[in-house]
Ligand binder design. Sequence first.
Ligand code: UGA
Length: 429
Amino acid sequence: MSAAREPIAVIGTGYVGLVTAAGFAELGSEVWCVDIDAAKIERLRRGEVPIYEPGLAEVLAEHGPRMHFSTDIGQALANARLLFVAVGTPPTLSGDADLTAVNAVVDEISDTGEHALVMKSTVPCGTGRSIQRTFRERGMEGMHYVSCPEFLKEGTALKDFRNPDRVVVGDNGDWAGEAVLELYAPLGAPVVRTDVSSAEMIKLAANAFLATKISFINEIANVCEETGADVIEVARGVGLDDRIGPRFLQAGIGYGGSCFTKDVSALKLLAANSGYHFQLLNAVTEVNELQKRRVVSKLQRHLGELAGKKIAMLGLAFKPETDDMRGASSLVLAARLQAEGAVVRAYDPVAADEARELMPGLEYCDSTFATLEGADAAVLVTEWKEFLGLDWGAVATTMSGNVLIDGRNALDPEAIRGAGLIYEGIGRG
Ligand code: UGA
């Protein structure tokens, strides 16, 4: 298969870039990976994997010979027609998407031969149009443009690459769009081929909708707490409606990660910059910010003043199976607990190093039971598998208090209550 596969270049070796590169290498393409971070490129050349993503190390080890790492875009241009751009677009201070890294890539492309820039980074609607204008103004007539947004989830990114719900390609109907579709063809996913602006909007709308779904179920959970209903039962009953669907209806202490917060804000501001006030998204964001703090009042209700109380945080990453701390609910929760004077002890199986840099004031422990030792209360923050089947009897004897807050509704209340602990979830009646 490899002889027939189109070689590609991937600019940016973060989560999206590296997984995309590995996925296409696995499908048989030669992949030229480029990053401005020379130290990272060196590590990749040595076979090290700079991020934690299940299965990635294995794919890189197996298909490494097809992957070439460099800091030089020129080398990538010489070897591939398609340049996938997967650089970061973090929020600016104003909340818009920061396109500095994207623009730097555009400025570095000097080749005027037949190439296409395939945008994987999440960019505001209109970015593709403006980049194409730049290429025209610079006389780069052979430079084509394709918007190909990514829908990978951290922690299951390789699985998502191999089994996409859909492949979205926004282009001008030329060879470049065809070539991108050809690359994805073996995956057999439904295709949405459309114009560049619509493809850009599909990505923002998808993330904004998923964030809305989470904030919606979190508000339902909060009402369940007032009315005695159980949000898990409610979500099951609601989600079985085909028009709604069961996924992303898990109530908890709010969504985190680099994408939802950033993309909701970027879409809201994109609308505002275009003269439209996107009211719904304000509520989605506000609900999420408040949700991250709800555990504090739950703890106060059980423990009274939190000053001097020992609180054990189980998990810190924004979700399981990742070391990513960006936007993690743990950041807000830990800060609020510390502001109340609590002593916060924490353990995460993978993200502790990242967390230590962001929250140097916490007491980090190297196991679940070390964290629970003498704790007045424990909070499940990230539903790592190793927390789900704990010996709750042993947990009860290790803690000095008896309050367990399940911030992800992932634990078995009966088993926990059976061990003599007080269980409280989010919206569980
Ligand atoms: C999200 C999207 O799901 C991907 O499709 C998209 O490609 C990606 O953003 C991106 O734009 O790069 P990701 O942020 O990796 O992926 O993780 P998710 O699985 O979506 O989870 C985000 C947050 O929502 C996590 O904190 C998770 O705990 C929370 N969540 C998720 C809930 O609170 N409830 C749910 O029911 C589902």
